[in-house]
Design a protein around this ligand. Structure first.
Ligand SMILES: [Zn+2]
Length: 164
């Protein structure tokens, strides 16, 4: 670390802290273009979720497979194996603990793994994310009101389809 220039160090720290990392940008752009609005890195919530969608009472974490120990996905280096295993295990435990606290506060938590955002999987991942968010919204409103809210734009075409 000491041999790094200030600029390199800054880059490394940014990568470690995960701000504006590429996988996160994919999720942000994907949701934004589909009309979802969110806040970033909310400092007041446990774990500082990458995206917070208040309307959906949902926190989204975009996790690097290595640092967060994605099961069966990332390989632990042979060198200093015990060190890395302990470190990653601590990260996993912290993730679980933070999501538990969020759940207690009434938030839904969604974790998206870096490997799910590879070009070949990206669209499916975003699609299923949107599906999950819509389901959360419907479930919340069903519990609160006892009925599904009317979906204005769609009702006309449903009727038409029924008539035909
Ligand atoms: Zn993975």
């Amino acid at each position: 670390m000491d041999k790094l220039s200030a600029e390199q160090r800054h880059k490394n720290m940014a990568a470690i802290r995960g701000k504006n990392t590429k996988p996160e940008m994919i999720v942000r752009k994907g949701l934004w273009s589909r009309g979802f609005r969110y806040r970033l890195n909310s400092p007041r919530l446990p774990g500082h979720p990458d995206l917070v969608l208040k309307k959906y009472r949902t926190c989204i974490f975009v996790n690097g497979c290595f640092w967060h120990g994605h099961e069966g996905c990332s390989k632990i280096p042979q060198t200093n194996r015990e060190f890395w295993e302990a470190k990653i295990r601590r990260n996993q435990e912290r993730d679980i603990e933070e999501q538990k606290r969020l759940a207690e506060m009434g938030w839904h938590c969604i974790t998206i793994w870096e490997c799910e955002l590879k070009p070949s999987k990206r669209e499916d991942t975003l699609k299923s994310l949107v599906y999950t968010l819509n389901k959360i919204w419907l479930d919340d409103h069903r519990v609160n009101n006892g009925v599904y809210p009317a979906i204005e734009e769609e009702s006309g075409s449903y009727l038409k389809a029924a008539e035909e």
